[in-house]
Design a protein around this ligand. Structure first.
Ligand code: F3S
Length: 366
């Protein structure tokens, strides 16, 4: 792997300054070439007028395959979500700027379902859930980038070489024996071990979907950027097992009278949509049930999405319950995600009830 300097790159001066500042703060040895970038913080709600002006000032185009996190609305069904026209227009303006920079309008926090980076590949991803997923489940290498630093890296094609780009920094630091709901395990692990690299040992065989939920919740309550799972993740054998051990039970009670059931944090995969359809079992949805996924997955699972919607649920694309202001009109929202549990009260000022996917669906049809 070749480390390089970035002065010679003919790119937007602001991007060079951002990357050089980061390299200085983290004492990076130089810059490493990346194969992809993922940009977060895309909602107009988050960017605002100042951010929009800043974005407009960026010159050039991205050098690598670059994807975009969810926006503040479903680009087609924004009206149905209760999004105002003014917000819609501003959001579209933001998306057009990214498009002109050469960014793919994937509008999802699960870019790995579209194109997954390979083991050992250097990437510069923002969106903490995707960062943890990429490092842990795919063995790709990224630090927790911000939307701005990921954009700068996308334009430069390089990222500062420090932290999790270096193999020895990826060693586990604590063994976590865990059982129960993995979204809750992640939620509690992030609170208890905010700056560690956990080595999880589970009491049963766990699925990729459960580990996706764990990736999101552990990054929401903690500053964690990666974990290992015994007998599962690609690098679990590469280091010595840590001596320190803790135990976590994935059990949590949190309830309120839910007016909305929101599933898909992180965005649902095709398999999760199929599972929701099976759980619905042909029953009519009697409450407000919103399911979030990407436009790519929705296209791939078109038949499943149509069947779910025929039963009365709504499957929205391009956005989610946290980044969209649409959720604010509900008093209490039921979720099966530890990340949504953490962020909905903070970002949308709503109460949250937590339940398993099965119980969320059961409640929706009751
Ligand atoms: Fe994705 Fe939104 Fe959750 S961006 S990880 S669905 S908060």
């Amino acid at each position: 792997m070749l480390l390089r300097e970035i002065e010679s790159l003919e790119i937007d001066e602001k991007c060079v300054r951002i990357l050089k500042a980061l390299a200085k703060i983290y004492k990076a040895e130089g810059f490493v070439e990346i194969s992809s970038a993922h940009i977060s913080g895309v909602s107009y709600d988050n960017i605002g007028e100042e951010g929009l002006e800043w974005l407009k000032s960026i010159k050039g185009s991205v050098k690598v395959y670059t994807t975009l996190n969810p926006a503040g609305m479903d680009c087609e069904r924004w009206g149905e979500m209760g999004i105002k026209e003014d917000f819609y227009r501003k959001q579209l303006e933001i998306l057009r700027i990214f498009e002109n920079l050469g960014v793919e309008l994937t509008l999802t926090c699960t870019p790995y379902y579209i194109k997954a980076p390979k083991l050992g590949e250097h990437i510069a991803w923002a969106e903490s859930s995707a960062v943890v997923y990429a490092n842990s489940l795919l063995g790709a290498r990224t630090n927790r980038e911000s939307g701005i630093s990921a954009l700068a890296s996308a334009i430069a094609g390089v990222t500062p070489y420090y932290g999790l780009h270096i193999k020895e920094n990826r060693a586990p630091t604590v063994v976590v024996k865990a059982r129960g709901d993995l979204s809750v395990v992640g939620y509690k692990a992030g609170l208890e071990l905010p700056s560690e690299i956990p080595f999880f040992v589970f009491d049963r065989k766990v699925s990729e979907t459960e580990l996706k939920l764990l990736s999101a919740s552990i990054a929401a309550t903690g500053n964690v950027a990666m974990f290992h799972v015994e007998n599962f993740t690609p690098e679990w054998r590469d280091f010595e097992k840590p001596k320190e051990k803790i135990e976590i039970e994935g059990k949590l009670e949190k309830s309120c009278e839910a007016e909305l059931i929101a599933i898909g944090c992180p965005h649902c995969s095709k398999e999760e949509l199929e599972r929701i359809l099976r759980l619905l079992d042909g029953k009519r949805v009697k409450r407000e049930l919103w399911i979030f996924t990407s436009r790519d997955v929705a296209r791939e699972a078109k038949g499943v999405v149509e069947k779910i919607e025929r039963l009365g649920a709504k499957v929205f694309k391009d956005t989610c319950m946290v980044v969209s202001p649409a959720t604010e009109r509900f008093k209490c929202v039921m979720v099966n995600s530890g990340k949504a549990l953490e962020y909905l009260p903070k970002k949308r000022r709503v109460e949250v009830a937590f339940a398993s996917l099965e119980d969320c669906v059961e409640y929706a049809v009751s």
